[in-house]
Design a protein around this ligand. Structure first.
Ligand code: GLN
Ligand code: ZN
Length: 758
């Protein structure tokens, strides 16, 4: 049995690429030095895979920033505003990724979006009517040749034309149809170059095939691959899919002249069934994605071998591979020196997954001629799955089992609460507030760091934060905001902070996963049943409240977001884990309420993240439990307690009824960058919840003028009832500087005063 890896993490074992890129952006190192670091990472990745015995290793899976941006750039999909800056190649590439501000001009970055159902973000290619698609570089060829010179004969990985055309934005009158032919000719030209350079295999990644496909999509697919498969230029073509199954196109795929087809057996619920029912042709290789590329648990060898046996019995030539690129898991467990062996033995990051692939392939070979039940690797693996892996807590399980309908229902209903709250809180029309965090300046981060390292005492740590809170409250009072916050100085990250303080989680030190460009996240691992050990946020919120007579909003992260940004367990469903987290956060909500905090915000920044890729699964597979899980958190509060929620995006036009069904009293979201279209949809859908569409963009240091905010508010008033409209920025202020924050908020309050008086 041979093995394959779709792609490998590229940020570097110790985030070398991140640090080198950031130095390059600050002009502290040269382009040559940056590229040197990149080449070293590629070399290490290749040699690691080779020495682990992987047969099909990818090249060109590396990227300096993002691999969708790489193909856009490769095929000359470069909007004129970036070309006009007349920068060097690499600077143009980074201008598209990050924007450019300097002596040659001032241009914003291209949009960024989540890559399918992951927390990785890609750069959205932008195509206008004048875009001239053509082969404009040599990256895939260069990286293939580089690998070859290191003694590794690779398959060349590239994002496929179908996925590229589906993900691009079209800003002119032309549609994707106008670009198909030039694009596929360019791919064919690339094939030719690769073939001349000695490549044997190309791996074309087409994850867009796992979504619901329309008739037009199928036509597009046919047009692309009828052409490309007639122009293989001597290459063998592996069509690689992942993140789901290809139920809409499986029969078509197996009828075409691909040399290999890669299918995801982990997230593809129907993959095995499709293979069983339709068979798989003898002239092709099935790349069976059986090692989970998205989660960090050890593979269960018996189960995997069983599937491999079944494929073999069906006479299918199979290569064992990962379910998707290993980009979505951390580098290696070797970095986790503090984690005890009891935990480690159950985990596999990218490097350990290589060993699993190799071991499994060897075991399978052995099983063809003999008995593997005696083999050391097999027995060791079997033992891992004998007892329980994850720790359990009966009390938590009982609580979940006892959840009843009334736990999901907040009473009285919204309209009644709205009246009660208006009277109780006595807020002015167009109340002003912020989303929670205030600038996390150096001293704030240092205070946390010093405490973590044991350099300062708990008292010192606390008194620093209290001073910060007191100052923050004073600042908000001076500015004239109506609903105040404590500033979140104690939090590193909105999910890691709660993970660290709930029982049931374990933590890693260096298990970074690329989120976008040079940004990485370190998702905590859900190890067992989750509960609240003791109240987490109450002391900070209470202290903030003691500093003012104005209302202070308590600040929590919601259960769906906590789950979506953690590595989930595999022994229970994510629904069950989410309900456990919801009950823990509910305890926190009730603690806050009991301590006099009568406005509580429960952030659901990542609610949309695990929305299934197929629309037909949205409710049944996800929203039908995710939305009730949110209601579970707040259903027991008093009618006069006002529940807020916040989302970092306004892309919920298609799920507005679900958002309303969260039954929050107020929702804030990003709207400053979008075209207010969402507000029309809210009106059409008769949205009940009060809303605070962000009036300015906190992702930029620019200070919005009073006039600008007034006109944004007036546009909102055309679509939202005056008594339902809140005034706030579009997200937390933690990444901003103090000066611009104060100036922006002063203008925000002035703008609210102006519209109140008209
Ligand atoms: N309350 C959080 C903050 O203000 C929300 C962050 C977010 O939505 N990403 O930072
Ligand atoms: Zn946000």
């Amino acid at each position: 049995m041979k093995t394959s890896v779709i792609g490998y993490p590229r940020i570097g074992k110790n985030r070398e690429l991140k640090f080198a890129s950031e130095k390059f952006f600050r002009s502290e190192i040269t382009e040559v030095e940056l590229l040197q670091t990149a080449a070293e990472i590629r070399k290490e990745n290749l040699l690691n895979q080779k020495s682990a015995g992987i047969d099909y290793i990818s090249s060109n899976d590396f990227s300096l920033y993002d691999n969708v941006l790489d193909v856009a750039y490769l095929f000359n999909i470069i909007p004129p505003r970036y070309k006009e800056l007349e920068l060097s190649d690499i600077e143009t590439f980074y201008a598209m990724a990050r924007g450019y501000q300097g002596d040659k001009g001032n241009v914003k970055a291209l949009a960024m979006k989540k890559w399918f159902n992951t927390n990785y973000h890609y750069i959205v290619p932008e195509i206008d009517d004048n875009t001239e698609i053509k082969l404009n570089g040599n990256k895939p060829v260069n990286e293939f040749t580089e690998a070859k010179s290191l003694g590794v004969d690779t398959k060349v990985d590239i994002v496929g034309p179908f996925t590229l055309l589906k993900l691009a934005r079209y800003t002119g009158h032309k549609t994707y149809k106008d670009f198909v032919q030039p694009l596929i000719s360019s791919y064919a030209e690339l094939f030719d170059k690769l073939s001349s350079a000695g490549a044997q295999w190309i791996q074309i990644d087409e994850p867009a095939l796992v979504k619901d496909l329309t008739k037009e999509d199928l036509e597009l697919f046919n047009q692309i691959y009828d052409y490309l498969l007639n122009n293989k230029q001597g290459l063998k073509v592996l069509l690689q899919t992942y993140f789901g199954d290809v139920r809409d196109i499986y029969s078509k795929l197996i009828s075409l002249d691909f040399d290999g087809i890669g299918l995801d057996f982990i997230e593809g619920r129907k993959t095995l069934e499709l293979v069983r029912e339709n068979g798989f042709p003898q002239d092709k290789i099935l790349f069976a994605g059986l090692i989970n590329g998205k989660n960090i648990w050890r593979n269960n060898y018996s189960k995997t071998l069983e599937i491999l046996d079944e494929l073999h019995a069906l006479n299918i030539e199979t290569v064992l591979t990962t379910s998707c690129s290993l980009l979505h898991v951390p580098y290696t467990l070797e970095n986790e020196v503090a984690l005890s062996q009891d935990y480690r033995k159950h985990l596999a990051f990218a490097a350990e997954k290589l060993q699993e692939l190799h071991e499994l392939a060897k075991l399978w070979d052995l099983s063809q001629t003999g008995d593997i039940s005696e083999s050391a690797e097999f027995t060791a693996n079997k033992q891992l799955f004998c007892g329980r892996i994850n720790s359990t807590d009966e009390a938590v399980q009982k609580r979940v089992a006892n959840i009843s309908d009334s736990d999901y229902t907040r009473l009285p209903e919204f309209h009644e609460r709205e009246i009660i709250q208006k009277e109780k809180l006595g807020l002015p029309l167009f109340p002003t507030t912020t989303i929670g965090s205030f600038p996390q300046t150096r001293d704030v981060r240092l205070n946390r760091q010093n405490f973590r390292k044991g350099l300062i005492s708990a008292e010192e740590y606390e008194s620093f934060n209290k001073q910060k809170i007191a100052d923050c409250i004073k600042l908000q009072e001076e500015i004239g905001l109506d609903v105040l916050v404590h500033g979140e100085y104690e939090r590193n990250d909105m999910v890691e902070y709660f993970g660290e303080n709930l029982s049931g989680y374990i933590f890693t030190e260096k298990a970074w996963v690329q989120s976008y460009g040079t940004r990485c996240v370190k998702p905590p691992i859900i190890w067992g049943d989750v509960s609240q050990k003791e109240s987490i946020t109450v002391s900070w919120s209470k202290y903030a409240k003691s500093c003012t007579t104005k209302p202070v909003k308590g600040m929590l992260t919601g259960p769906v977001t906590i789950l979506n940004w953690s590595f989930p367990r595999e022994d229970i469903s994510i629904k069950e884990s989410t309900l456990q987290i919801a009950l823990a956060i509910r305890d926190e909500v009730l603690d806050l309420e009991a301590n006099g905090i009568n406005i509580i915000q429960i952030d659901e920044a990542a609610l949309r993240e695990k929305l299934p890729l197929r629309k037909s699964d949205w409710y049944s597979e996800y929203l039908d439990w995710a939305i009730p899980a949110f209601r579970l958190v707040h259903s027991q509060v008093k009618p006069e307690t006002q529940i807020h929620t916040h989302m970092c995006y306004s892309e919920f036009t298609d799920i507005i009824p679900a958002i309303d069904a969260m039954d929050a009293d107020v929702i804030t979201f990003e709207a400053s960058r979008s075209d207010l279209q969402i507000l029309d949809s809210l009106k059409e859908n008769n949205f009940q919840t009060e809303v605070g569409p962000g009036v300015y963009d906190i992702h930029s240091p620019r200070i919005p003028s009073v006039d600008e905010i007034v006109s944004a508010l007036n546009a909102m008033r055309n679509r939202i009832d005056d008594n339902k409209l809140w005034v706030n920025p579009d997200c937390g202020l933690k990444t901003r500087g103090e000066t611009e924050t104060k100036a922006s908020l002063i203008n925000l309050v002035k703008a609210a005063e102006i519209i109140r008086s008209n």
